[in-house]
Design a protein around this ligand. Structure first.
Ligand code: HEM
Length: 135
């Protein structure tokens, strides 16, 4: 009898070090590349808390330790972002910068990397619609 499949996407992509590295690259790009100036302007001056929070969220979301979810009970990404004035352009910048961050760590063609970026694009699209509906 074969062993049950227990490997999570989190494990497959390289665990916490890989996720933290991608998130750091994402915020470095947002912080330094003028192509993301509009997206950067929506964020607080200090990106350090965001680096910690997004790494924690993605860790639990991908099947790793759920500390972020335990520290933020009931927090919904879509609802949380409904308060931000997210346009199609800033959503596009988010998805593009994240795609580049995965590529810069050679994870753009990784099956889990591809899946995560597809999901990000869907979430970002939903965030634009939510922001539009919220007026
Ligand atoms: C559609 C494009 C997006 C825009 C424009 C955007 C913008 C923002 C902004 C302005 C903040 C608050 C930043 C601050 O207080 O300095 C934020 C927080 C956050 N965003 Fe996004 N976001 C987007 C998509 C996403 C997606 C797709 C995810 C998840 C995959 C995500 C995860 C987070 C997390 C985890 C936080 C921090 C939550 C917290 O600790 O309170 N965002 N986002």
């Amino acid at each position: 009898m074969s062993e049950p499949q227990t490997t999570t996407p989190y494990d497959q992509i390289g665990g916490q070090p890989a996720i933290a590295a991608v998130v750091d690259r994402f915020y470095d790009l947002m912080d330094t590349d003028p192509a993301y100036a509009e997206l950067r302007a929506m964020h607080a001056a200090d990106l350090a808390p965001m680096r910690t929070s997004l790494t924690g969220f993605l860790t639990g979301w991908a099947g790793g330790p759920r500390d972020w979810f335990e520290a933020n009970p009931g927090k919904c990404m879509m609802s949380m972002h409904a308060g931000f004035p997210i346009t199609a352009e800033t959503a596009r910048q988010w998805v593009e910068a994240m795609g580049r961050a995965f590529a810069d760590h050679d994870l753009a063609d990784h099956p889990v990397g591809k899946l995560m970026n597809e999901q990000f694009a869907m979430m970002a699209g939903g965030m634009v619609r939510t922001a539009t509906m919220a007026g």
